[in-house]
Design a protein around this ligand. Structure first.
Ligand code: NAD
Length: 282
């Protein structure tokens, strides 16, 4: 039987990560401080499995065994028998530092601790543990069951053995791992966020409407989703937070968040999750 995987945080990303591992036959312990989040995650995973069955991506008989492989818990002590922990809790540095320091005490000495952070330094998270060589970034994309990429981020002390293990596991669950080093925004957000930011400047300066900008990028560059629709999906607050990390970490004013993005966030227009961002959602 495959080694147990613990997923810490059962939100948008955590439920997708648990879904993907369980579907590939891994026993999963899904941990969240919120009982409601765990219940929501289970029903989301069930609904997403149904969708995969409907599309013919998986057999109907795969649903129940997949759900049965996921155990819920509200305390990180439940991660004790995991060979791999993937942390997907909220994007808050202090929270992640506390979690990794505690996980280091909970899991066995050989266990690997991975984080799904979008922007926090892997090296600084690893520094909160006594096993920095066994700490790594596993940056899944949203929605996890659909998206092929896992950005594998090596912290300064991450060992070759840890990188090789995590790369092999990513392939085992059907993903395409790409190895990168630990710099602000890694590769994905270092390149994506300046594009989204530039699109926001185009709106602010009246270069074109959001619809026109997204159409140019979809039809002209073959992007499946325009940058402003994507920003609404990611969350405009998250976009600003990542741009702040890029600007602070790289010290270059070219990463400063567009004032219009900040204004939308101040107004509570965070994108799809608040039904209003660059677009409105009913
Ligand atoms: P989310 O808000 O949907 O979920 C976060 C979950 O963490 C919540 O259910 C919350 O209850 C839980 N949590 C908070 N403190 C906890 C603790 N101490 N122990 C256990 N659980 C705790 O957030 P999300 O969008 O799933 O993002 C999770 C992580 O994934 C973040 O680091 C984020 O940057 C990263 N990420 C997000 C996306 C995306 O598109 N949303 C993409 C890639 C990476």
């Amino acid at each position: 039987m495959a080694d147990r995987v613990a997923v810490v945080g059962a939100g948008q990303m955590g439920n997708g990560i648990a879904h993907t591992f369980a579907l590939s036959g891994f026993p999963v312990t899904l941990i969240d401080v919120s009982v409601e989040a765990l219940a929501r995650a289970r029903s989301t995973i069930g609904a997403n499995l149904d969708r995969q069955v409907k599309k013919g991506a998986i057999e109907a008989g795969a649903k129940d065994p997949t759900l049965a492989r996921i155990a819920d818990a509200t305390d990180i002590s439940a991660a004790q028998d995991a060979a791999l922990v993937i942390e997907a809790a909220s994007e808050d540095p202090d929270l992640k530092f506390r979690l990794f320091s505690a996980l280091d005490d909970v899991v066995g000495p050989q266990a690997i601790l991975a984080t799904n952070t979008s922007s926090i330094s892997i090296t600084s998270i690893a520094g909160r543990t006594r096993r920095p060589q066994r700490v790594i970034g596993m940056h899944f994309m949203n929605p996890v069951p659909m998206m092929a990429l896992v950005e594998i981020i090596r912290g300064l002390a991450t060992s070759d053995a840890t990188t090789a293990t995590v790369t092999a596991i990513a392939k085992q669950i059907g993903k395409t791992p790409v190895e990168v080093n630990d710099y602000p925004g890694f590769v994905s957000n270092r390149i994506l966020m300046p594009m989204i930011n530039e699109a926001a400047y185009c709106v602010m300066e009246g270069v074109a409407t959001p619809e026109a900008i997204d159409t140019v990028m979809k039809l002209g560059m073959n992007h499946p989703l325009g940058p402003l629709a994507l920003a609404d999906l990611i969350g405009l607050d998250t976009c600003v937070a990542i741009l702040d990390v890029l600007q602070r970490g790289l010290g270059d004013p070219k990463y400063r968040a567009c004032p219009l993005l900040r204004k939308y966030v101040a107004a509570g227009w965070l994108g799809r999750k608040t039904r209003r961002g660059f677009y409105t959602y009913e």
